[in-house]
Design a protein around this ligand. Structure first.
Ligand code: ADP
Length: 291
């Protein structure tokens, strides 16, 4: 059983021949809406792989909120702890794709309303979970609070510290699995090489290295290489890795096996466009692992 505390949003993607300069209006080609947010993405990644998943977070009392909840239900994610608020709009990402590049404005909206009382409401769910996972698209003090609640309830806590931000020392000690990418790792441990950071970390520090794989420590520090695949779109690779890794850990697998499982799922996801749309099911991962 996996519980995800994190962000939910709708990505609004406009394609246009060029992007407007200040004061300019241009006509775009089309608009696509995709459910996203790192929290929701990781919940969907875990649910596709067969885990029992509960999402904890906030959406607006608007049509995007409706879409976000419907999508999670379609993916078999429990939404009883997704709260709806009228105070703000649902989280959105406004993405312009023009001249081969993305420009993005993120509006946090209701993701900023995740608070201690919601974590308390989720306490029983946290206590009965094999693992709780979180990311950095909700208020940072809530991550600190959540880490404390996980410790009190004796539940493993996985933090994917993305997008990059610094972590309180007290919270670092309460993390069972920390999964930064290379840039995030440098920001959290500016004075250490990644191997020094991995060796010194009180819990398990797993640094994801994109197409190179994942570096972590068991008896020794090692890298489990990524699967060699033809890349279409790396959006959601980290989210897929984290969701899959958490599922394997929740099932009692050792870290090395869980990393391999995560790498296989993420390698499948980068072969397809989009974040959630590229996430594999259990069968596909099994097949990848026996190749
Ligand atoms: P993020 O997307 O959060 O920046 P990474 O780029 O480190 O994270 O990717 C996370 C994981 O996704 C990697 O550890 C690897 O398992 C997988 N992955 C990413 N890029 C590739 C790739 N080009 N080929 C195969 N697997 C990849």
């Amino acid at each position: 059983k996996v519980t995800v505390v994190g962000s939910l949003s709708i990505d609004l993607v406009v394609r246009a021949a060029k992007r407007p300069v200040a004061g300019e209006t241009i006509i775009g080609e089309d608009l696509s809406l995709f459910p996203g947010g790192k929290g929701a993405n990781q919940a969907v990644a875990a649910a596709r792989l067969g885990a029992t998943v509960t999402m904890v977070g906030c959406v607006g009392d608007d049509s995007y909120g409706e879409m976000i909840i419907k999508n999670l239900e379609k993916e078999n994610v429990n939404t009883s702890l997704v709260k709806r608020f009228t105070k703000k709009t649902s989280g959105t990402a406004h993405i312009t794709v023009a001249e081969g590049d993305n420009s993005i404005i993120v509006v946090k909206g209701t993701n900023d309303l995740v608070d201690e009382s919601l974590i308390e409401e989720a306490r029983a769910e946290i206590a009965s979970s094999d693992i709780v996972m979180a990311q950095y698209e909700i208020p940072l003090p809530i991550i600190d609070y959540l880490a404390k609640v996980c410790e009190e309830e004796g539940t493993s806590f996985l933090l994917n510290p993305a997008p990059a931000a610094d972590i309180q020392t007290e919270t670092l000690k309460r993390i069972t699995y920390l999964t930064p990418n290379e840039n995030e790792n440098k920001l959290i441990f500016p004075n250490k090489t990644s191997d020094e950071a991995i060796a010194d970390f009180p819990g398990n520090l797993l640094v994801t290295l994109g197409g190179k794989g994942v570096r972590f420590q068991t008896d020794t520090i090692q890298t489990v290489p990524a699967f060699k695949v033809a890349v279409t779109d790396t959006t959601g690779a980290g989210d897929t890795f984290n969701g899959a890794f958490a599922v394997a850990i929740a099932e009692g697998k050792d870290i090395e096996t869980a990393v391999l499982f995560g790498n296989a799922a993420a390698a499948l996801s980068v072969q397809k466009l989009g974040a959630q749309s590229g996430m594999p099911d259990r069968e596909a991962v099994k097949e990848m692992l026996t190749q």
